[in-house]
Design a protein around this ligand. Structure first.
Ligand code: ADP
Length: 499
């Protein structure tokens, strides 16, 4: 039978908690195995003066002061104490210290139990940092959205001026469109980033020729260069180069680099886009004569929200997401991307490498239609259901300008009733609507006498694969995402005509 003392000793020596006792002058009276291990001491060191137990003397005074407090007040305390062990690592302990008394109740020292809470503290700090970054991000997002919103508000007010001339009205409308496109891009980037961080981004890879993709991206960004009188020189390879990738994402990657080149280059600057063959790889280079990037920031700019510390002169719009997206998308294509710059004011160069498809590419996959199909011209009967009255009214005006006969409905029930009376060729249905949602409305419209012959288009703020599949299951012919791209919509009208 083991003695009580032996049992207690066994328990004490098998815990990771530090258990110790010190006398009034700080000499160690007792230390369990964990305490001795941490200090790098052994049983024979019991009795050693407190100060000899420290590997970092800066930690001695606050710990000693805690011990004195306990002995002076006779009360227990619970405190956080940093302590550096014999291995040189500094850990944070939560220590509960109480007075050690003799049989007569006199305080003869201090007894302590300390738990290592370093991991907890680190996690706490990580959470605090993340929370701080979130606050910063929200502030930045609000700021970023305010810029285009300010322009949109001014443009809206200009459009209200009844005596404004046609040219002024046209340019206000152009500004409106441009700024909205800018906001749509920001929101798309945000969604992509969230998809990437959840690992749910999907690539639709196919064997595809690089030059048409690059040309599309160049065409899309031409207005940017034109507005700032920047000269863009594009050099494409003499023969076709094929990669296995998602054409839309590849165009997004190149577009992003071109956007940045324009954004970070002053008026009148130059930009070169070169695509060439290099060691079984496609190399895409975007070089500019812009503001450049300090060497120590070159790797950071690919981090999420990574932006070069901005002085007001350097400040440009942006959330710091574009390059993070570029890097992720490029890596999902098995490629690499890097940045180079000779420093501030010396321009920047981004080099993108993608593996080439060698051997004979599948001809079918190459015959991608590049040009948009013609838009509908014949007059259609169109029903628009959207609980956002402004949105429904503007879409109605646009369709009426195109010569279509249009009705609007403010919710799902109204839409079902209007469809029965109006016999539309095309119904554009918002999904989230009061009284009856878009899915239910679609089902009821399909059940109507002429319901099967009409084209049903879902208009939704959601663009996940599951949302698209749901629209298809519920009987929609197409799923478009808000704010809807008018070209896509008019193309669908054209298709409904051929039915
Ligand atoms: P954003 O442009 O929204 O800030 P990006 O992720 O596209 O975000 O770029 C991150 C940062 O990299 C930018 O804020 C900028 O400081 C720097 N940067 C990107 N492209 C260039 C460029 N061509 N010239 C100079 N700096 C650039």
């Amino acid at each position: 039978m083991r003695s009580q003392a032996q049992l207690i000793r066994n328990v004490n020596d098998n815990t990771t908690e530090l258990i110790f006792m010190k006398d009034r002058v700080g000499r160690l009276i007792y230390a369990n195995a964990a305490t001795l291990r941490l200090m790098g001491k052994c049983e024979k060191d019991i009795g050693t003066a407190d100060s000899a137990l420290f590997h970092n003397m800066a930690e001695y005074h606050p710990i000693h002061a805690n011990d004195l407090r306990v002995m002076e007040t006779g009360e227990s305390i619970s405190v956080e104490e940093p302590y550096t062990g014999v291995d040189g690592a500094c850990r944070i302990f939560r220590s509960t210290k109480s007075p050690l008394r003799d049989d007569a109740g006199q305080i003869i020292g201090v007894i302590g139990v300390s738990t290592d809470i370093s991991t907890l503290k680190e996690a706490e700090q990580t959470l605090r940092d993340a929370d701080h970054r979130k606050d910063e991000f929200l502030a930045m997002l609000a700021h970023e959205l305010r810029n285009p919103l300010a322009a949109i508000r001014y443009a809206g007010q200009v459009l209200q001026c009844t005596d404004a001339d046609a040219q002024t009205l046209r340019s206000a409308a152009e500004i409106l469109n441009r700024q909205v496109a800018h906001m749509v891009r920001q929101v798309d980037d945000l969604l992509d980033v969230s998809r990437i961080s959840r690992g749910s981004i999907e690539l639709r890879k196919e064997c595809t020729e690089l030059a048409p993709i690059v040309r599309d991206a160049v065409e899309a960004s031409r207005p940017l260069f034109a507005r700032l009188d920047q000269q863009l020189t594009v050099t494409l390879p003499p023969s076709a180069m094929h990669v296995y990738g998602d054409p839309i994402r590849l165009a997004q990657i190149v577009g992003n680099l071109l956007n940045n080149a324009s954004k970070f280059t002053d008026r009148g600057g130059r930009i070169w886009l070169t695509v060439q063959h290099e060691d079984e790889q496609a190399m895409i280079r975007v070089r500019d004569t812009g503001i450049g990037i300090p060497t120590h920031e070159l790797s950071r700019i690919f981090d999420m929200f990574g932006q070069v510390d901005s002085s007001l002169e350097r400040a440009r719009d942006g959330l710091g997401l574009g390059l993070a997206l570029v890097k992720n998308l490029v890596e999902m294509h098995g490629g690499t991307v890097g940045a180079a710059s000779d420093g501030l004011g010396k321009g920047s160069e981004f080099v993108l490498r993608l593996p080439l498809v060698t051997g004979q590419p599948q001809p079918a996959a190459l015959e991608q239609p590049v040009a948009a199909r013609p838009v509908a011209t014949a007059a259609r009967r169109i029903l628009i259901a959207d609980d956002n009255q402004d949105s429904a009214d503007m879409l109605r005006t646009l369709f009426e300008f195109m010569g279509h006969d249009v009705r609007t409905a403010a919710d799902g029930l109204e839409a079902v009733e209007a469809a029965a009376m109006f016999h539309p060729d095309v119904v554009v249905l918002d999904i989230g609507m009061p009284r009856l949602n878009g899915y239910e409305a679609a089902r009821r419209i399909r059940e109507q006498q002429r319901g099967n012959g009409l084209t049903l288009i879902a208009l939704s703020g959601w663009n996940r694969e599951e949302d698209r599949q749901r629209s298809q299951r519920e009987g929609f012919d197409a799923h478009l995402v808000k704010p809807v791209d008018l070209t896509a919509l008019t193309m669908l009208l054209g298709e409904s005509e051929r039915d």
